[in-house]
Design a protein. Structure first.
Length: 285
């Protein structure tokens, strides 16, 4: 592996890694890992396409995690906070020298689990357009039961949802025993093709069948961008008529209110206000 050295003269600790990860200095290893995973799925440059600073932010996040997850590195980091002076730093070309074949084999190796597998997924994000990587991601999604890894795999496809990936995601949403976090990631990804009836019906099926209020509201939010479409309005109106959850009904009323120019929408809102006294909700939102 190629390595190079350079002399710099700046604070030994120039960044507050605890602030970058959003944790206290007393955070446990598990809290640090959870914070890294949560933020990595938001700022990775192959996911956060609208953020021009994503590459730098992800590198800072990765540096923070690599330092604080290791007890010895964390101890040195803590002791050097606030210290300044010349120092030699060593870097390597690991990211540039990754062997694609080895990475794919690592991803598919059932013995590589947890953090190691998660890191492999992140390393492969930028190569997801390569057919072998795409297929490896889909195969891993079908095989792994690790919810964090499933979420990471799904998010990698968010802006690359071709017909093959869409078909797998629709099947995953309908049949797989995913937790709500993974289901929300599937819905988020599928919503990039919300103009298609198949996707609309799949998302509608989620909030009809789910007993979880948060998943219900999340599905409503993703579908609401297509309320100009008759199918979506009919789904919302039907759900409003049958739902017994006050918060869900309130969100449906708020979402439907701008569309009262449609007679069917105006009719159901009037009926719901009279039946359950939601008039204040509809008129104030």
């Amino acid at each position: 592996m190629n390595e190079r050295y350079s002399m710099i003269n700046e604070p030994v600790v120039s960044k507050n890694y605890y602030e970058i990860l959003g944790v206290d200095r007393s955070a446990t290893a598990e809290e640090i890992k959870a914070a890294y995973r949560k933020q990595a799925l938001k700022v990775h440059p192959d996911v956060a396409h609208d953020n021009e600073n994503a590459k730098a932010e992800f590198q800072s996040l990765l540096d923070a995690y690599e330092t604080l997850k290791d007890d010895n590195k964390r101890r040195r980091y803590n002791s050097n906070m606030g210290v300044t002076g010349p120092r030699i730093v060593k870097t390597n070309a690991y990211a540039e020298e990754i062997d694609l074949k080895n990475l794919i084999e690592a991803l598919m190796n059932p013995l590589i689990k947890g953090d190691s597998c998660y890191d492999v997924v992140l390393d492969l994000y930028s190569k997801i357009n390569i057919p072998a990587v795409k297929q490896a991601f889909l195969d891993k999604l079908k095989r792994t039961h690790d919810h964090d890894i499933r979420s990471a795999l799904i998010r990698g496809f968010k802006s690359r949802l071709d017909d093959d990936v869409k078909a797998v995601f629709l099947k995953e949403l309908k049949f797989s025993n995913n937790n709500n976090g993974v289901r929300q990631d599937l819905i988020e990804a599928l919503a990039t093709r919300i103009d298609e009836d198949e996707v609309i019906l799949a998302l509608a099926d989620q909030f009809r069948k789910s007993s979880d209020k948060d998943l219900h509201l999340f599905s409503i939010n993703k579908l609401s961008v297509r309320l100009d479409y008759d199918l979506v309005r009919k789904i919302f109106i039907n759900e409003l008529l049958i739902s017994k959850n006050k918060e869900v009904c309130a969100e449906l009323i708020r979402t439907l209110k701008p569309y009262t120019t449609y007679p069917d929408v105006e009719k159901v809102l009037n009926k719901k206000r009279q039946q359950f006294d939601y008039g204040d909700i509809a008129s104030n939102n």
